[in-house]
Write a protein that binds this ligand. Sequence first.
Ligand code: PEP
Ligand code: MN
Length: 337
Amino acid sequence: MVIVTKPGTSDEQILKIRKEMESQGFIIHESRGENFCVLGVVGDTASFDVRNLLIHECIDKVLRVQEPYKRANRLFHPEDTVVDVQGVKIGGNKVQVIAGPCSVESEAQICEVAEDVKKSGATLLRGGAFKPRTSPYSFQGLREEGLDLLKIAREKTGLPIVTEIMSPYMIERFVEDVDVIQVGARNMQNFELLKELGKTKKPILLKRGLSATIEEWLMSAEYIMSGGNDNVILCERGIRTFEQYTRNTLDLSAIPAVKKLSHLPVIVDPSHAAGLWWMVEPLAKAAVAVGADGLIIEVHNDPEHARCDGAQSLKPDRFDNLMNSLRIIAGAVGRTI
Ligand code: PEP
Ligand code: MN
């Protein structure tokens, strides 16, 4: 529930309303604009009689909020959130591009790809060390060794590293070694993992679940934020539909929808959406055009022999061309890249 006060309401009157609500067990989140104050009421308001509040003359309106997420909601936080990753700002005017292989395979591979994507303008390096594979017989990632190799690539290029966590028992190591902790689509509703990540201050890249609604996705963000970690970056990576031609169906409409509903930055992963390298460029362009704050793109120096997701990986020269065309799209929507 939300209480909106009339312009010119005094601090004293606002405090009085806060106290009244708090005495009934509600938690209040206050957000002030230039002329008005919005009080977000957290708690079970189902049996609360709204008319009791309208007795206060200073209250303009009381709205029942349908969305069950509060911290991720733009209503209580009208300004865009900008997540700072070692000085790389995600959610600001510059569209940030995270690039790198699906999985870390060797020191030479990750370092070569890191150098290449950096030259082309990527500002963060991706690479999976712990891989969530459908089959237990597929390559599972280099695990801890993969993290060590990512650190070497970071050391050489200065690019902050983004990598996926699969289990709460690895959190300490990830907090120590990684710049952005990725929660993959398959773990979007691993609530115990989300709760533990909420206790850290690390930027979290939260991918949309395979069949998750926008509301479920934002509720997962809410799990992390309710623990005290507001550094959440959302990532649309395609959802499961009846269509089989592409790996997933990129839900481009989710970008403007999430931007309207939430203040959190939202980026797009065209690689896992399409599953096909030649579709990555058009989808990446579309994502920037609809307002994505960034992209995460798979790039491999030898996709034919990649241990994971070679078919959707761009070669470094194609990635370079893509970055050049994205600059034009970004410029057309008033952003830089
Ligand atoms: C990945 O980014 O390597 C990955 C496994 O993505 P997703 O969780 O979106 O499938
Ligand atoms: Mn992949």
